[in-house]
Design a binder for this molecule. Structure first.
Ligand code: ADQ
Length: 498
């Protein structure tokens, strides 16, 4: 039976509620990969988004104000917003604890950063049950397809089953899936693996991630097997059969390319370059995270300036770091390390009229971000490991004159698609990265254009809509277009709406 409505479930709702400049509560669209990716997909199709509001707002706001803000958020986003409320302890142990101190480092191949605190697991389980209850209350078996996102919510389908609630469910993992020898360190490895197998479809970013998952299933659940070929396979377990697929996430290419050519972005881009004249600009844009490889990248840039003096005065690195998880001591320490390195490198190389690194620590607005994408000749994207990395794709989409160079880590999920046009680097190899920076800075215009045309063609072809449709085709055998427009589908009122 065709699904009539798409319900997206993720840790965070697609909006941010906070206090504006005049102390008034306000609602803004959220930022980050998932919101960018799914916003266009839900809009005006009666879609709904279930998630946590991001802070303990119920303690600060009365119910009517919160309802008003959610209604405003729904109007502005074009889809219905269903909040899941979390207590302070739940936020601490489910989000900062199990999700960000265990699954995040483990799945990014950094097990030494894991804190396997047993109390984290109990609260993670409890919060996933809470999400499952909100899904159950706001969806029906016949009408809905529930698409659950990411490592914070692995247990939702398992809890729906335990509650005796039948729903069509799919899961997409935005971060990498680790190799077997990393995954088996997890004290809850059986529970996590079996919970993933309760979804009808599990999607990964790359073939590498799916292969890792299959190795784990074969080893920990030996009676299971896999059949089929192509991007979607069938996994047969003694309990049930499910689909597992690879769906590399992408961006709304057309929207980025069009926005990059608007006058406001062009003007802003001009101002940036006018203030940093006669040099090539290299751009790094990352959330503050130890997986993004920022300190090694800064060292590589310093190494390039050291070994290739012709780059001095002719190149500057603009490193944008978007604040993230600042409450966690490790992230605070990373911020200090980045700031120390920037200070040290600038102290060492700065000359009158030229500063090697311009460091920006804040979230940029959309026009500013696009202007940096447009005006910088080179993007330096060197994560130690990354599910995909949308910044790489956004940079290419905005390089509308085909003159940008993309330097990309071998360990970004995006490498599988973009390695033909990008200059590939090992983010642990400081000298290797320095050589590639020099190569990018001295590349001929013809080679830049040839490479960037190739990159842009590929990203344009495999855009966000293709990603969504590939997942939904595998899940419910229908495209997004086949979900009815909002006026044709009036959702039933639900008891838990607040
Ligand atoms: P992230 O780790 O958040 O996502 P990424 O894919 O690079 O990483 O997405 C970052 C998003 O934030 C981009 O869409 C970008 O436009 C936005 N952004 C970047 N800098 C910004 C700034 N200064 N101000 C405002 N917005 C900014 C996770 C995984 C990734 C995976 C995505 C999507 O870790 O590997 O690609 O999900 O699946």
């Amino acid at each position: 039976m065709k699904a009539k409505r798409l319900t997206v479930v993720s840790n965070r709702l697609a909006i941010v509620v906070d206090k504006g400049g005049e102390g008034q509560w306000q609602v803004r669209p959220g930022s980050g990969g998932l919101v960018t990716a799914l916003g266009p997909v839900l809009r005006d199709r009666g879609g709904q988004w279930i998630g946590w509001l991001g802070s303990n707002l119920r303690e600060m706001l009365d119910q009517d104000t919160l309802n008003g803000l959610l209604e405003q958020g729904s109007r502005e986003t074009g889809y219905s917003l269903k909040p899941v409320e979390l207590s302070q302890e739940e936020i601490q142990k489910y989000y900062f604890g199990f999700s960000n101190e265990i699954l995040w480092p483990l799945f990014h191949d950094l097990p030494s950063r894991c804190n396997f605190d047993p109390s984290y697991w109990r609260v993670y389980d409890q919060v996933n049950a809470k999400f499952a209850e909100v899904v159950a209350a706001n969806t029906s078996e016949e009408e809905d397809y529930a698409w659950i996102h990411d490592y914070q919510l692995i247990l939702v389908a398992d809890h729906l089953k335990k509650m005796g609630v039948e729903r069509r469910t799919g899961f997409f993992l935005h971060i990498p899936f680790p190799p077997l020898d990393g995954f088996i360190r997890l004290p809850w490895r059986f529970q996590i693996l079996r919970a993933l197998l309760q979804y009808d479809l599990v999607g990964f970013q790359t073939v590498r991630d799916r292969r890792n998952f299959m190795d784990c299933v074969r080893t920990l659940i030996p009676e299971s097997r896999f059949v089929g070929h192509g991007h979607v396979l069938r996994c047969l377990t003694p309990e049930r059969d499910i689909l597992i697929g690879t769906f590399p996430i992408s961006i709304d290419f057309k929207q980025f390319a069009e926005f990059a050519s608007t006058k406001e972005v062009q003007d802003e881009a001009w101002i940036i370059h006018a203030n940093l004249p006669d040099r090539q600009l290299i751009l790094g844009v990352d959330r503050l995270d130890y997986t993004k490889g920022i300190p090694l990248r800064l060292q590589a840039f310093a190494n390039a300036l050291e070994r290739y003096p012709d780059l001095r005065r002719k190149t500057s690195l603009i490193q944008v770091v978007v604040p993230s998880r600042e409450e966690v001591p490790e992230y605070e320490a990373l911020k200090s390390e980045i700031e120390r390195l920037v200070g040290e490198i600038n102290g060492r190389f700065t000359e009158v009229g030229w500063t090697p690194i311009h460091y920006i620590y804040r979230s940029l607005n959309r026009i500013e971000l696009m202007a940096y994408y447009r005006t910088c000749e080179i993007a330096l994207i060197t994560p130690l490991k990354d599910g995909m990395n949308l910044v790489a794709k956004e940079f290419c989409a905005c390089s509308i004159e085909n003159n940008g160079v993309l330097i990309l880590s071998d360990f970004a999920g995006a490498a599988a698609q973009l390695h033909h046009g990008a200059l590939m680097v090992n983010p642990f190899d400081i000298e290797g990265m320095a050589d590639v920076i020099h190569r990018a800075c001295t590349m001929t215009v013809a080679e830049r254009q040839r490479r960037m045309e190739k990159l842009r063609r590929s990203i344009q072809r495999y855009d966000i809509f293709r990603w969504v449709n590939a997942f939904l085709q595998a899940a419910v055998n229908q495209d997004l277009e086949e979900f009815p427009q909002a006026e044709l589908f009036v959702p039933k009122p639900t008891p838990t709406e607040i």
